[in-house]
Design a protein around this ligand. Structure first.
Ligand code: 4G0
Length: 264
């Protein structure tokens, strides 16, 4: 059981985490999502959570006191807890971070609003994380995305048979194309090999298509990708088929294992 605690001024924005797969996961006690409105910790009679910036300037800044009080009032951690501040200045979230977070017992997300937060809020968090290089009206949507990405890695959340975990083999490559019935739709045919029942050929076709897609759509992912020996034949074929891929051949030629000399 992993607990997601969210400190937010807009708990009602989290309706989506009560639906669908995340709802089922909560019903099955695989995950827990607790929403805390830190306005309840505001000290002033008007329950202010923001104020004008010292030094002047436009917009409002999140005050430190309500968030500090809310974090200090959290029940003591029942295990490994990480406190995460959502901000465009954070480390960019990715699958690797999702995997590491899925080992925690509790993840606490601090969602800021307004034009930013008082700098003294930063040390409340263990880490500052961003969804990417863009600005949102608040951290809530980013928190929901991260909750979803982590929750699906919790055993049982996707069901018994679903395997979310790409094997280390395919990790870092884009998914190969998938098809279901019918075998032909509006003139578009399912590739013959997938109907053949020949498992080794299907595996090889899928590997090749994953490599093709990754080279063509996300060449940046190929920079750090580790090939396995069976890839080199597929890479030769892809180089013949795509000039864009041929440009990379210098790199993999270096990595290629030297063919074994045949004994006389
Ligand atoms: C802190 C996260 C929070 C500072 C939050 C804005 C985008 C992301 C917020 C700011 C967010 C993201 C300085 C604008 C709330 N926007 N990319 N908005 N500033 O993960």
């Amino acid at each position: 059981m992993i607990k997601f605690t969210v400190l937010t001024l807009f708990p009602e924005m989290f309706a989506p985490v009560r639906e669908s797969i995340l709802k089922r996961a909560q019903d099955q006690d695989l995950i827990q999502v607790e929403l805390i409105n830190f306005r309840n910790y505001a000290l002033t009679k008007h329950k202010n959570v923001d104020d004008v910036p010292y030094g002047g300037g436009a917009g409002m800044v999140l005050k430190p006191e309500p968030l500090f009080a809310a974090v200090r009032d959290l029940p003591s951690a029942h295990g490994k807890r990480r406190i995460i501040l959502l901000s465009p200045q954070g480390q960019v979230f990715n699958q690797e971070l999702a995997k590491s977070w899925s080992q925690a017992d509790e993840l606490v997300f601090l969602c800021g609003h307004y034009e930013g937060f008082d700098e003294r809020i930063r040390p409340l968090a263990d880490e500052e994380v961003s969804l990417g290089d863009f600005v949102l009206t608040g951290g809530e949507l980013a928190a929901m995305v991260m909750i979803d990405a982590v929750a699906r890695l919790v055993p049982g959340v996707l069901g018994e048979t679903a395997s979310f975990e790409e094997d280390s083999h395919s990790a870092g490559l884009l998914e190969y194309p998938q098809y279901t019935r019918p075998p032909e739709f509006e003139g578009m045919k399912v590739p013959e090999v997938l109907l053949s029942g020949h498992h080794a050929r299907i595996e090889s076709w899928r590997r090749k298509e994953s490599l093709r897609r990754t080279f063509l759509k996300r060449p940046d992912l190929m920079e750090k990708f580790k090939f396995v020996p069976e890839d080199y034949q597929l890479l030769e074929e892809l180089a013949q088929e795509h000039p864009e891929i041929r440009k990379w051949s210098a790199r993999w030629e270096q990595l290629k294992p030297k063919p074994k000399r045949r004994r006389k």
